[in-house]
Design a protein around this ligand. Structure first.
Ligand code: T3D
Length: 258
């Protein structure tokens, strides 16, 4: 796995995009490895939360533009259908919470990867850049769906149409990132946050992700019905019984994912 590192400590897996000389720009092999990593971690019961970050000074500069010029490069619509869309699906349907540790610039599809995380925290020097327009393209990899829902239609339109960067501080102001911190604290903070999530009840967290996702599309009646159905599933777990027992015993719960 040359351009991707996956390290696991306890129940937290950290995926690091590792092409720092190209600002972690996405090649076909890197996209395939990244999707496979998310799918593998989704199926691994020992992993309960995931951190996504980049090596070096960038989070990810999006599509590798040099690869785009190679003679065997796929037509854009095929590249997106075959490589980008399955990667975004592997993140959005992943039952494990994904914390984006945005260590530097997140540009183009790199910004889309950041948007597809469940929670983002950022280094002070990080930024988000819908660079697509600068190369005559439209925002893709879910950006036109995710960004308006994360920060509102008006700001999303401004960023998409101007390709102006959004600083980490402004991203925090718009609620796109949960917190901003010095770069040297970022990965430890991200892993600590992921560790807290990993201590949660896995099925409840997976169902919470799902409920939030479908809530963007449902009307209230549809969402009330979905919540009732999902709560039935969560309530049937041993983890729910453990949560009540821990509350009554005044101790921390030990959720086992059952
Ligand atoms: O398949 C498809 O094409 C469809 C999908 C499209 C999705 C997309 O992501 S389209 C958008 C693609 N991304 C971009 O347009 C961003 C391009 N990069 C930049 O605009 C800038 O590099 C940044 C603003 C991200 C950072 O600027 P700066 O000044 O800090 O760094 P730099 O000097 O531009 O880049 C440093 C190195 O990384 C440099 O290599 P070198 O000269 O030192 O050998 C540069 O070429 C390389 N690099 C940066 N971005 C990419 C890249 N190499 C290949 N592809 C990149 N996207």
């Amino acid at each position: 796995m040359p351009d991707l590192r996956v390290e696991t400590a306890g129940a937290v897996a950290t995926i690091t995009l590792d092409r720092p000389d190209a600002l972690n720009a996405l090649t076909v092999p890197l996209k395939e490895e990244l999707r496979a990593a998310f799918e593998r971690l989704a199926a691994d019961d020992a992993v309960r939360a995931i951190v996504l970050t980049g090596a070096g000074r960038a989070f990810c500069a999006g599509q590798d533009l040099r690869e785009r010029l190679e003679p065997d490069a796929l037509p854009l619509q095929d590249e997106i259908r075959i490589h980008y869309n399955p990667l975004i699906r592997a993140m959005r349907t992943n039952p494990k919470p994904i914390v984006g540790a945005i260590n530097g610039v997140a540009a183009g599809a790199g910004a889309s990867l950041a948007f597809a995380c469940d929670i983002r925290i950022a280094a002070e020097g990080a930024s988000f850049l819908l660079a697509f327009g600068r190369v005559g393209l439209i925002p893709d990899s879910g950006a036109t769906w995710l960004l308006p829902r994360l920060i509102g239609a008006s700001k999303a339109a401004e960023l998409a149409l101007t390709s102006d960067p959004l600083s980490a501080a402004d991203a925090e102001r718009f609620g796109l990132v949960a917190r901003v911190m010095p770069a040297e604290q970022l990965i430890d903070e991200a892993r600590a946050l992921a560790g807290r999530l990993a201590d949660g009840a896995p099925l409840a967290l997976a169902l919470t992700k799902r409920a939030l996702e479908i809530g963007w599309e449902n009307d209230l009646e549809g969402q009330l019905a979905a919540e009732a159905e999902m709560q039935g599933q969560a309530g049937a777990t041993a983890d729910h019984a453990e949560g009540i027992g821990a509350f009554l015993d005044r101790r921390q719960p030990r959720f086992r994912g059952r």
